[in-house]
Design a protein around this ligand. Sequence first.
Ligand code: NDP
Ligand code: KAL
Length: 257
Amino acid sequence: MSNLMNDKVVVIMGVANDRSIAWGVAKALHKQGAKLIFTYRKERSLDKLNKLLEQHQIEALQKVSCDVLDDASIIAAFDEIQKTTGMIHGLVHSVAFAEKDELQGEYVDTTRDGYLLAQNSSSYSLVATAREAKKLMTEGGSIVTQTYIGAERVVKNYNVMGVAKAALEASVMYLAEDLGKYGIRVNAISAGPIRTLAAKGVSGFNDIMSTIEERAPLRRNIDQDEVGDATMFLLSSLSRGITGEVLHVDAGYHILG
Ligand code: NDP
Ligand code: KAL
């Protein structure tokens, strides 16, 4: 198996560095022959991306700036993609944000601004980007986002982000229904904990990783490459009958009571 994504064009949002889940996805897609377009927010992320692409000898079709909090930025990014590349087949949404203060203590103390920022960055961003991506998926396509088990159950400290991910997972269902008639599938990966830049410094992360190692059926944590391969599967025709699904890549942890 080496050409599952031959000549397919995929837009990847959310590479911040080599630890990013989105970078795991990029490697898996490149291995299968996909052509890649990257979006980034911070210039620092673009610098990291450029270094990674050089190191791995991957040539990106395009690198486009896109802040998912800003409709004009999203529209401009997909316009630029349409002008330079035209048709796309896949979209990888791998972005989320909440203020650090909201990711500790009690959920009941969530501020209105903190709630709205988390929903805006982490959940509405999928709706807004799917709408623009749809216009370029003229031969059908596949959209994959990244979620976490804190959407389904209470996970200490995940708080406002758990509620944002619950909305994200519900959006996956509603978007799958809307876009199915155009041959566009919409799915999510629910990954186990991975040490990334976003995870850095958030309380409770190390304890959660230890719990997975002790209790998950596979008795280990998972990594970016495993999420990358599963995301590639959901983007490829191997998953052509699957939409509206949340696929757990978590060493089986989600089956435990
Ligand atoms: P990273 O820190 O590597 O990636 C987070 C990305 O979000 C960054 O590239 C950041 O870009 C981007 N981002 C945040 N806000 C915006 C914005 N307004 N506009 C555009 N981009 C934005 O962390 P991960 O790879 O861990 O996170 C990727 C996804 O995976 C997230 O949805 C996360 O919730 C999910 N996930 C992570 C898990 C983990 O354990 N790490 C487990 C399960 C799910 P920039 O820095 O340029 O602003
Ligand atoms: C229960 C877990 C422990 C941690 C609790 C909350 C984690 C929330 C994830 C969220 C994406 C983190 C942030 O938004 C951090 C942000 O406030 C500060 N960081 C940054 O600004 C960096 C520089 C940039 C790159 O980050 C972003 N987001 O842009 C959850 C763990 C076990 C699993 C995780 C980490 C899940 C997840 O959703 O990421």
